[in-house]
Write a protein that binds this ligand. Structure first.
Ligand code: ZN
Length: 74
């Protein structure tokens, strides 16, 4: 599929990415999320069913397989 960013000649390729979601002050990190990633600009698309699945993981409060430290840049 052609990239949706105007002027970008890239194509989306299916890849597994790290996706983050923020809810209030909490940040949730998901690994190995299936997404379409533009080969040129890196734009990512998640399928609606993928987003639903991520929300479901949050709302069912499944235990994360791993936890990660979060750093402030400044
Ligand atoms: Zn692109």
């Amino acid at each position: 599929m052609k990239c949706s960013i105007q002027g970008c000649p890239g194509q989306y390729d299916p890849k597994l990415i790290v996706h983050t979601l923020q809810r209030g002050s909490k940040i949730f990190v998901f690994e190995h999320v299936p997404a379409e990633v533009c080969s040129v600009c890196g734009d990512t698309l998640l399928a609606p069913s993928t987003i639903k699945h991520l929300e479901k993981l949050l709302y069912t409060k499944s235990k994360p397989g791993k936890t990660a430290p979060v750093y402030e840049y400044a």
